[in-house]
Design a protein around this ligand. Structure first.
Ligand code: PGA
Length: 252
């Protein structure tokens, strides 16, 4: 797989106007990183403007969440058809959502399936931890917990499903303490093995696996050059448009 993926998770940071201003700076430089698949995920309220600005560019648009229900009395929620009007990707299962909003592995699975029904590719975030381990801030990876989490996320997926996985230990997110690259490579290989056992080797070998958690310009290639990795999901360091362009250039 030649493409390097770079997902910019802008979280709850920019208004519509600020998003547009930042995107203008990035689009103008996109010829500098033709081989990086850059996926920018701004807030819901900026998706329509971002979609207009990014159409006819190579930069893709993603949302940060969705509700798996198709419609109905879910005040404040946004379904997959609404996201698919503007986006090609959607982040699901971010550990901030698991920790702060009580999202379960079942929710993540239902969201992913709802996304794929609308031809959106879910970017499934996994930290390899049970809810109890995450809440206790325990950093030791328990392989059984990783296996359970991956299997729950992808259960009932049709064969040949198109999705990405981002391995993001919750303690590494926004902490300035990224995970050790060698162990990330081992865990990515394990994730690939689990995906292969559930969905077959075509999907297992082709699913892009990214790393996220305190990625910066200084360390991104410690991850993107790993044999089992296909890119990075970046939060804080993706917010500055010039830095995001540099990240995209550096991994191609
Ligand atoms: P961070 O966030 O790069 O600020 O650690 C990563 C993420 O959103 O998962």
């Amino acid at each position: 797989m030649n493409t390097s993926f770079l997902v910019a998770n802008w979280k709850m940071n920019y208004t519509d106007q600020q998003t547009v201003a930042s995107l203008h700076q990035i689009v103008g430089k996109s010829t500098l990183f033709p081989k990086t698949r850059l996926i920018i995920c701004p807030s819901f309220t900026a998706l329509a403007s971002a979609h207009k600005l990014l159409s006819n560019t190579l930069i893709a648009l993603g949302a940060q969440n969705l509700n798996h229900n198709t419609k109905g009395p879910y005040t404040g929620e946004i379904n997959s058809a609404m996201v698919a009007e503007f986006c090609s990707y959607v982040v699901v299962g971010h550990s901030e959502r698991r920790l702060l909003f009580g999202e379960t592995s079942d929710d993540v699975n239902l969201k992913s399936i709802a996304a794929m029904h609308q031809s959106l590719q879910p970017i499934i975030c996994l930290d390899g931890q049970s809810d109890a381990t995450r809440q206790s801030n325990n950093r030791t990876l328990n392989i059984d917990e990783l296996v359970i989490q991956v299997r729950e996320a992808i259960k009932n997926f049709p064969l040949n499903s198109q999705f990405l996985i981002a391995y993001e230990p919750s303690w590494a997110i926004g902490s300035g303490e990224p995970a050790d690259p060698d162990s990330v490579n081992t865990i990515a290989a394990k994730i690939r093995e689990i995906v292969t056992s559930v969905l077959g080797s075509d999907t297992g070998m082709s699913v892009p696996i990214l790393y996220g958690g305190s990625v910066t310009l200084g360390n991104i290639n410690n991850y993107c050059k790993l044999p089992e990795l296909n890119g990075a999901l970046v939060g804080g360091a993706s917010l500055d448009p010039a830095e995001l362009v540099e990240l995209a250039v550096s991994i191609q």
